[in-house]
Design a binder for this molecule. Structure first.
Ligand code: NAD
Ligand code: UGA
Length: 386
């Protein structure tokens, strides 16, 4: 840890980071790396701590004293401002961010992603504290190309689909498509943060993650989450594979995504944390443009990888089609394609992702198998004997 320098060769001073949503998927990976590789202190705020328990106990851990957990719901807790004041930097990750909630719990989604983030922005601005706020690639919505005729050659032109922070518009569906409640709330909080920067000098960085995946993402329904719950696609497909049931392709699985390994993405956040002069005032796409697949291709690849890591033979019919109305309910809609433009993050931070989709699935599904296979087997045998 000694002699750590930033991208411009300046020594990095130890800092205190107030991390809100530290107990979630991204937060747990960020805390892990901050503890093992830096001298920084983390004030970890969340309502849950299961995913960072291994960092908090036992007290003999080498970073003991550098991470403190504060069980706080930021909706209604006056301790929040004090923690932000104590810190040099606030990282806000707290949000409802599972698509199954956007159309079924639109009010909770809007409150969580906009209203609950307001005090965080206000306290940072009023106290002259730096803020790294987590937005989403969903703010781009649909691509311009999605509105062209199916056979238009322009659909192949990157100008019609690559998503750029400074040039692409935000294209959402009609209000009755409540899927867009999340993207719209995130867009408004981005605009508010940007305006605080412009009018009041807030030092901010906005992160737009493009489908970060890896261990500890979401939950396996009925094991460490509600049995009726619908997590994001990695956990949905993992759950299907663990239970030897076909993977469900929503509306045929034609939508396209670029998936990035959580450990690659965390490197980018690290560079933002430790290089404020290069990161302040910027919005950054963080994704892996080389890992594009349709959801159907993802299902096929996960089936192959899971068979390799578990030694189990795949089902003869590994996938099944399901309508979005049946799977998510009324008001669902989808982003058609998400390829991040990497120009700004390359220029400012010199960062590039490394891990191929196959490799990241292999390490993630090895983790899923080791962590859950036995518990799923036991839960399934209980259901059949009852
Ligand atoms: N994982 C991705 O690929 C991805 C993609 C786009 C955007 N994001 C954004 O990144 C952030 C983190 O995502 P994640 O994947 O780690 O999600 P996550 O659900 O695993 O983590 C969010 C954490 O915030 C906490 N939280 C929510 N509301 C809170 C409140 N009122 N008070 C205290 N804690 C609260 C939750 O308990 C949870 O631990 C979110 O803002 C999300 O919108 C993530
Ligand atoms: O991760 C991101 O970058 C962002 O995108 C996600 O949105 P989305 O990619 O649509 O969410 P997933 O649940 O991961 O679904 C991906 C695709 O798989 C499909 N899907 C999902 C689950 C399933 O079982 N089957 C299936 O076909 C969905 O319809 C969608 O087309 C979430 O909105 C956020 O976590 C985040 O802001």
């Amino acid at each position: 840890m000694a002699g750590r320098v930033d991208l411009d060769g300046n020594p990095i001073k130890p800092m205190t980071i107030c991390m809100i949503g530290a107990g979630g998927f991204i937060g747990s990976h960020l805390c892990e790396k901050l503890m093992s590789e830096t001298p920084h202190t983390v004030l970890a705020v969340d309502v849950y701590s299961d995913k960072i328990k291994h960092l908090l106990e036992p007290t003999s851990l080498p970073w003991n004293g550098r991470i403190q957990f504060h069980r706080i719901n930021i909706k209604n807790d006056s301790r929040l401002e004090g923690l932000i004041k104590m810190a040099d930097l606030t990282v806000n990750l707290a949000a409802i961010c599972t698509p199954a909630d956007y159309n079924t719990r639109p009010l909770d989604t809007i409150y969580s992603n906009f209203i609950d983030a307001l005090p965080v922005v206000k306290y940072c601005s009023e106290n002259g504290k730096r803020l790294i706020h987590f937005s989403t690639c969903e703010v781009y919505g649909k691509t311009i190309g999605a509105f062209l005729p199916e056979d238009s050659p322009l659909r192949q032109d990157p100008a019609y689909f690559v998503l750029s922070e400074e040039a692409s518009p935000c294209i959402f569906g009609p209000i009755e498509k409540q899927r867009w409640s999340y993207a719209c709330a995130k867009q408004l909080i981005e605009r508010l943060i940007y305006a605080e920067g412009a009018e009041n000098g807030l030092e901010f960085t906005i992160v737009r993650p493009f489908n970060w995946i890896g261990p500890r993402m979401d939950f396996i329904p009925g094991i460490d989450g509600p049995s009726e719950g619908v997590p994001r696609v990695l956990a949905c497909f993992s759950n299907n594979l663990l239970r030897h049931e076909p993977l469900k392709l929503v509306d045929g699985g034609h939508s396209q995504r670029t998936f990035i390994y959580i450990k690659d993405a965390i490197e980018a956040v690290f560079l933002m944390i430790e290089n404020p002069a290069r990161a302040n005032g910027h919005i950054f796409n963080v994704g892996n443009p080389n890992n594009e697949v349709t959801v159907k291709q993802l299902a096929e690849m996960m089936t192959q990888v899971y068979s390799k890591v578990s030694g189990e033979t795949p089902l003869e019919t590994p996938t099944v089609d399901v309508s979005s109305k049946e799977f998510y309910g009324e008001g669902y809609d989808d982003s058609d394609k998400r390829i991040p433009d990497m120009t700004i993050i390359n220029r400012q931070l010199g960062w590039n992702p490394k891990t191929s989709l196959w490799d990241l699935l292999e390490s993630t599904l090895t983790y899923q198998h080791r962590t859950y296979a036995e518990a799923v087997k036991q839960a399934m045998s209980k259901t059949t004997t009852n």
